[in-house]
Design a protein around this ligand. Structure first.
Ligand SMILES: Cc1ncc(COP(=O)(O)O)c(C=O)c1O
Length: 362
């Protein structure tokens, strides 16, 4: 049992879209399935005037977001508690990441510490809705407006999460998504940018396809397009998302009821409509985590240390200490979660975890 199992739609539903590709002969370069997926995702997520760009993956989405907003040098305030792609995108844009520690209760960037980290070189804030939990969007917006900074939300985990009835992806200048196979909604590989401003969106549109329009070479670009085959998987998956979320919710509720108060979990903020994307648990110590991992692995169960290490500790970076993130990263893991998990599977995982706690208190 792995940390997740990718959802696969009934084969015939996927094949219907593949037949359309074979009929059109169009495999990539903004074909009709990519357009259809963009429109349907925009609608599904309840977005309004924002523009939706389906892209090759969530990492290029972050890089393009920075580039479209002209963040090509200077400092970017970011979180040390994320997947490495958040910080690698900043480095690929030749910017310097400046880490601000995280909130202890939901692991998002601690907005109350951002102002102290600003310098005359700061150009943007890149925050992450970790595990689908919302950043302090109001405070981040207040700081951005006061200091004239751009805001990018890495929403790789935030598909279908809402705050006070509004998609989390509608916040910031640009929000990004990952549609990697391990995500709640996937296109095998894929990602997206949701862009607030029309001019920035037009720039991103050009940059995602090499920066030229026909023979007119306008600006530096990259190839971040997605293909019709990836869009086909997305179109086949999308109608199943409500059932996928409901199934994950059921698994999470079972985990919660079996594990009880024994293990620390992120705290859900008021107004958050959660997407049940992950099941992170924080053990009492790294030693506990390693012991539990050994017992689970012996039973063919493979949770993941997600996220580890704290990104300020990456060997190719020098960053200030982030004690909260370093502490959490040392003892957090995501337990198996997918829409395919059976009650027996969850019971098996919990039994091993709880056994460890029983032995510990003897
Ligand atoms: C928080 C976060 N940001 C960015 C990414 C990168 O997305 P992708 O794998 O689609 O490039 C991931 C992938 O897991 C992620 O978890």
């Amino acid at each position: 049992m792995f940390v997740t199992s990718s959802f696969l739609p009934p084969l015939q539903e996927y094949v219907q879209y593949l037949e359309k590709i074979y009929l059109s002969g169009i495999l990539t370069n903004q074909g009709s399935l990519v357009m259809e997926l963009q429109e349907k995702l925009h609608q599904f997520l309840g977005l309004s005037t924002e523009t939706f760009h389906c892209l090759a993956n969530g990492t290029l989405a972050l890089q393009l977001a920075l580039s479209a907003l002209d963040i090509n040098d200077g400092e970017v305030i970011t979180t040390p508690f994320s997947y490495v792609a958040t910080v690698s995108s900043i480095l690929w844009q030749r910017c310097t990441p400046v880490f601000v520690d995280i909130e202890a209760d939901n692991f998002t960037i601690d907005a109350s510490k951002i102002e102290a980290a600003l310098t005359p070189l700061t150009k943007a804030i890149m925050a992450v809705h970790v595990f689908g939990h919302a950043c302090n969007v109001d405070e981040i917006q207040r700081i951005a407006a006061k200091y004239n900074l751009k805001v990018i939300y890495d929403g790789a985990h935030a598909f279908a999460s809402k705050l006070n009835g509004k998609s989390l992806l509608a916040y910031g200048d640009i929000s990004t998504l990952s549609f990697h196979a391990t995500k709640l909604f996937h296109t095998v590989e894929g990602g997206a940018c949701i862009v607030k401003d029309k001019t920035i969106s037009d720039k991103l549109e050009l940059q995602k396809r090499f920066g030229h329009d026909g023979d007119d070479h306008i600006m530096l670009g990259i190839n971040a397009k997605t293909s019709e085959f990836h869009a086909a998987m997305g179109l086949a998956n999308l109608p199943h998302v409500p059932d996928i979320i409901a199934a994950r919710k059921k698994v999470i509720e079972q985990y919660d009821s079996l594990l009880g108060q024994k293990i620390m979990r992120p705290k859900q903020q008021p107004g958050l409509e959660y997407n049940y994307a992950y099941y992170p648990v924080v053990f009492q110590s790294e030693k506990d985590l390693l012991r539990i991992f050994k017992a689970l692995n012996n039973a063919d169960i493979y949770p993941r240390r997600y996220f580890y290490p704290s990104l300020n500790k990456l060997p190719y970076l020098t960053g200030a200490a982030c004690p909260v993130s370093e502490d959490i990263a040392g003892r957090i893991a995501c337990l198996p979660l997918s829409s395919y998990l059976e009650e027996d599977d969850v019971e098996r995982v919990c039994k091993i975890v709880l056994e460890h706690y029983r032995n510990r208190s003897c």
